[in-house]
Design a protein around this ligand. Structure first.
Ligand code: NAD
Ligand code: ZN
Length: 360
């Protein structure tokens, strides 16, 4: 057995208001006047003085507002990298992502592609990246994905939706300031929060489980129960705890894998553009055969918060479209092996997946 030797986020700040320290954290990393800091910021914050006034721009630094209606594409990353190369004479001092999973993944991917030749689609997979990334910083403004702690950046390419998983992907610095999540709309809070809950369920019920993953997974699961089912937390406690649940959920899958919900949700995402959080919820709602306890708890949480999931999103699809989703889902072999074991191919047939997709 060869054990994987994983890198981690090297520095982390936690605390309400810690975002105020952004300038002093970045200052020592500046490489010169011609090496800017590029800030990718979710465009929901455009004109939001409370947040943007705390980003100080010097020399050639720049804020790029990122729309988040759609998840990141490899072509979009290539374009962002080209924009930087054309505009500046030197590599940036740093790339900073301020937003949800989308913006954090964009920051990770751009920082990798600035130092690795060619197109980002060619790096989708495991350990294909050759050179260290430009210094990159993640600042989540919504909690649940674990993108702030993971060693992947999930991109939709011409043939697949798959992460760039590498030792160079994790952030060099993360700032966890739960206050930044205060204006997240309720439904989105639930969908992204459930991404964390599903990470825990898939990790804790997977065949890859070990004590490392379990310790993080159990903690995050417990926090999710408290956040989504108890009435005892203040808003602020709930924000603080969900940020830490996201972190632990992400750590839990670092040394294991996700499972059925993620594999099938990638299919929905690829074909229909259904976003990660809500897609996981739509799929997970139908997975009682695989995760009976987790799904029962999910249904309780959904009810408590009055969340109504879209129904019938696969109703009008033809055979080709179902086949595309099934191909995408089945291509994620490690997820299935984790979920059902080494002989997963005998259990997870195309027909099994077709029946499930037809329920959604
Ligand atoms: P997101 O980035 O799409 O953000 C969801 C919505 O919330 C957006 O409309 C955004 O504008 C809004 N929002 C964010 N912060 C806000 C705030 N403070 N106030 C008001 N609105 C706010 O959603 P997400 O669920 O965080 O991320 C999903 C993405 O993350 C997907 O692209 C998925 O593939 C990726 N992901 C990556 C990893 C990883 O390990 N790299 C893991 C899971 C998911
Ligand atoms: Zn996820």
């Amino acid at each position: 057995m060869i054990y994987k030797n994983y890198p981690m986020v090297s520095r982390i700040v936690f605390g309400r208001g810690s975002f105020n320290q952004l300038d002093e954290i970045l200052a020592p990393k500046r490489k010169g006047r011609n090496a800017p800091f590029i800030f990718y910021v979710d465009d929901v914050f455009k004109g939001n003085h409370w947040l943007t006034s705390r980003i100080t721009l010097s020399y050639k630094d720049k804020i790029v507002y990122v729309p988040t209606k759609e998840e990141p594409k490899t072509s979009q990353i290539d374009q962002l990298v080209e924009d930087i190369i054309l505009e500046y004479s030197e590599l940036p001092s740093g790339i900073i992502g301020i937003g949800g999973g989308i913006v954090m993944d964009i920051a990770k991917a751009v920082s990798l592609m600035l130092t690795n030749k060619g197109q980002s689609k060619d790096y989708q997979g495991w350990d294909l990246i050759k050179n260290p990334a430009v210094y990159h910083v993640g600042i989540p403004t919504i909690s649940g994905t674990g993108a702030e702690v993971s060693r992947t950046t999930i991109l939709t390419g011409p043939v697949r939706k798959l992460g760039i998983n590498s030792d160079y992907t994790p952030f060099d610095q993360v700032i966890l300031d739960p206050e930044l999540t205060k204006d997240v709309p309720k439904n989105q809070w639930f969908y992204t929060g459930m991404d964390c809950f599903v990470h825990c369920v898939e990790s804790l019920n997977g065949t890859y489980l070990n004590a490392f993953s379990q310790s993080y997974g159990e903690k995050a699961y417990e926090l999710c129960q408290e956040i989504f089912l108890s009435d005892s937390l203040s808003e602020e406690e709930s924000q603080d705890k969900l940020m830490m649940a996201s972190w632990h959920g992400g750590m839990s899958i670092a040394y294991s894998q996700v499972g059925v919900a993620h594999a099938m949700s990638y299919g929905l995402g690829y074909l229909l553009g259904v976003k990660h959080g809500i897609g996981n919820c739509i799929v997970f709602d139908h997975l009682e055969d695989y995760y009976p306890e987790g799904v029962a708890m999910f249904k309780k949480m959904k009810e408590k918060h009055g969340i109504e999931l879209p129904q019938g999103i696969c109703a009008g699809l033809d055979d080709n479209q179902f086949n595309t989703m099934i191909d995408v889902a089945l291509s994620l072999e490690p997820l299935w092996e984790n979920a059902v074991g080494k002989n997963w191919k005998t259990i997870i047939t195309r027909d099994v997946l077709l029946k499930l997709y037809k329920k959604m």
